[in-house]
Design a protein around this ligand. Structure first.
Ligand code: MSP
Length: 620
């Protein structure tokens, strides 16, 4: 019997989890529960990705240490998974000391095999992706994924000889088609590797929130090398865990979203080859959820909160919906309407009603106990269970649910056709006994997807069995009182839920407090010309500017733009200056005004004029 090891990506501790994160995690939970119910040694890992520039900057912007920032969101992830009935065996944080030690160990192994060298690096970096880009890959000056300006990086860096692993990677994809799934992704990855494969910069020197390169304290290991290693480092934690990486019978599945396929299907196996460690079996990239046809984003205000939905409609109904709605691997659209429609049709009508009407008849016809002596539905249970298992083995949970629902419908049709209400007592017992046995099978088959409702089915059937593959049995049932598994959502409740889930959208302007024209007039905005600019010592973000404001004279202004602009770029630039801001001393430097710039946390661009206007001109 083979071992099954499944992992989610480790999530950035930049915010609380949303639908996308919940989706990957629930998929892995369902798959691991399936393997456990087969009695296979199973391990399911999830965790958080806590190092790197993205987190360091967020923490700085919130005036807390990166550690404190990470703690808060690592806890939010764990709490969400508990609430969503996610039964992970371990939770790894990249700040765990044992993980950090393993990252250094992997680095040493890669270095020992001659796969690492030191050189000067110059290029572009997107902090949101934590990824380097070549000029060709950019969209103008922007990151192709986030559409935000990339940053110039020029520093000494350790490189990984990725180009030397080209042939071995191609051989891996060709010999092991199961390594990258689905097929379309494999073609994509193969084409990337078959093209110009460049060596990869794997260390940074300009910040320190990360794992140091062994014996080279100035260098911090690239956050993706650090993060990818989690899958392996978590297996170093116990002898039992080790088996899931070291034993040749271990089936290792990395479940990820399609946007991070290159890291997992190209860099990660190459790192492992260099370190001379076993490779995972499969990297499976699932698609992306949009919400009512739109990309999920904070700015649009349409981010789906899995906890809120689960509280209203039930955790298992939420889990069922995301697993059933989209075939794993395809993109999908999340619609609140569709959630309620599936809930009423499939959970309430099909499955819920099957159990409810069966138990209702048992009680109505006053059976204390019912023996299953029939076999009419035995083949159906055997066949659909086999098809369910086949789909789960093929990493197709949506398909597996489809097969289960075929069995549900088959049992409902059986009741309609046999019509127990027209039968004598023996006939009723024969029909109900069989259907109870199907319900028992269903309580097992649905358990990977809906663990809590499956246990409730067991309770109502008068059983208490650990999840296992169903096998038809002649047994006697002593069921409990029927309680609806999924109470119907009527039109009133539906309207209520939809209003609660999708509040009327406000434009950003409506959300901001308004100012009167008189208030606006109090601002003395003027054209300024930068005469001089220099760094402020010990303040990474600050520049000291001398600005010509025409007749009003010259001003000294401290601006938080040092991470976006170099001092020499600014001299001669026209900017818009708030001239009557209360003066302040910032890091010991007097600042007599503020220049306007675009950007939320980080400055993206300075304000300017589309035509020339003399310094001192009023802006209104
Ligand atoms: N920290 C990296 C992963 C390192 S793994 C060694 C990262 N983290 S993340 O927080 O951005 O999470 C990305 C993952 O969240 C995706 O791969 C996917 O699993 C999930 N999703 C995030 N948004 C999603 C959708 N809109 N739809 C579906 N899943 C997506 O990347």
């Amino acid at each position: 019997m083979s071992r099954f090891y499944i992992t989610t990506p480790i999530y950035y501790v930049s915010d609380v989890p949303h639908l996308g994160h919940a989706y990957t995690t629930i998929v892995c939970d369902a798959l691991s529960r399936y393997h456990r119910m087969r009695g296979e040694p199973t391990r399911f890992l999830t965790g958080t990705d806590e190092h790197g520039q993205k987190i360091a900057r967020l923490a700085e912007a919130h005036h807390v240490t990166p550690r404190a920032y990470a703690d808060k969101f690592a806890e939010a992830y764990q709490a969400t998974w508990r609430a969503l009935e996610v039964a992970n065996d371990d939770f790894i944080r990249t700040t765990d000391p044992d993980h950090e030690a393993t990252v250094q160990e992997v680095w040493r192994r890669m270095n020992k095999s001659g796969a690492i060298y030191l050189a000067d690096y110059e290029g572009w970096y997107c902090v949101a992706c934590e990824q380097f880009y070549t000029e060709k890959e950019l969209k103008g000056n922007d990151c192709p994924v986030h559409g935000r300006p990339v940053e110039k990086v020029k520093e000494q860096s350790f490189y990984f000889k990725l180009s030397q692993y080209r042939d071995r990677l191609l051989e891996l994809y060709d010999k092991h088609p199961e390594f990258v799934q689905p097929d379309t992704r494999r073609n994509e990855v193969r084409a990337f590797v078959a093209g110009e494969l460049r060596d990869l910069s794997i260390s940074r020197t300009t910040f320190n929130w990360g794992v140091p390169v062994p014996d080279q304290d100035k260098h911090i290991i690239y956050v993706w090398l650090d993060a990818l290693t989690n899958y392996y480092s978590a297996t170093r934690r116990s002898d039992e865990a080790k088996q899931f990486w070291d034993q040749p019978d271990a089936r290792i599945v990395h479940m990820i979203g399609k946007e991070i396929i290159r890291f997992h299907a190209v860099y990660w196996p190459a790192f492992l080859m260099a370190a001379d460690l076993p490779l995972p079996t499969t990297v499976f990239a699932h698609g992306w959820w949009t919400v009512d046809g739109e990309k999920m984003s904070k700015t649009l205000g349409n981010v789906v909160d899995p906890l809120k939905l689960s509280q209203d409609i039930g955790v298992d109904a939420f889990r069922y919906f995301v697993l059933r709605e989209v075939p794993l691997g395809s993109d999908g659209d999340f619609s609140h309407e569709a959630l309620i429609t599936r809930y009423n049709a499939e959970l309430c009508n099909d499955l819920g009603n099957l159990l409810n009407r069966t138990l209702g008849m048992v009680s109505k016809y006053q059976f204390n106990a019912i023996a299953n002596s029939g076999k009419a539905l035995c083949n159906d249970v055997t066949n659909y269970s086999a098809r369910f298992a086949e789909a789960m083995e093929a990493l197709a949970p949506s398909k597996a649910l489809e097969e289960i629902w075929r069995l549900v419908r088959r049992a409902n049709e059986f009741i309609d056709k046999e019509a127990p209400w027209k039968q004598d007592r023996a006939g009723q017992e024969r029909i109900l006994g069989e259907v109870l046995e199907v319900c028992r099978a269903l309580s097992h088959l649905t358990s990977p997807f809906m663990p809590e409702r499956a246990a409730e089915m067991q309770r109502q059937l008068g059983l208490d069995e650990p999840p296992a593959m169903p096998a038809w049995s002649a047994r006697t049932f002593t069921p409990a009182q029927a309680v609806p598994l999924f109470p119907r959502i009527d039109d009133d409740r539906k309207a209520q839920l939809l209003a609660h889930w999708t509040p009327k959208k406000e434009t950003p302007a409506q959300r901001e407090p308004r100012v009167t024209y008189a208030e606006f007039q109090k601002l003395d905005l003027r054209v300024g010309r930068v005469l001089a600019a220099e760094a402020v010592p010990k303040a990474k973000k600050l520049l000291k500017l001398t600005v010509d404001v025409g007749a009003t004279g010259q001003r000294q202004v401290v601006a938080g733009i040092a991470e976006t602009y170099r001092p020499e770029e600014l001299v001669g630039k026209r900017v818009i200056l708030l001239a009557n801001l209360e003066p302040a001393t910032i890091r010991g430097v007097l600042s007599e005004g503020m220049i306007l710039a675009a950007g939320d946390d980080d400055v993206v661009a300075l304000s300017g004029l589309d035509r020339d206007a003399p310094p001192g001109t009023k802006v209104r």
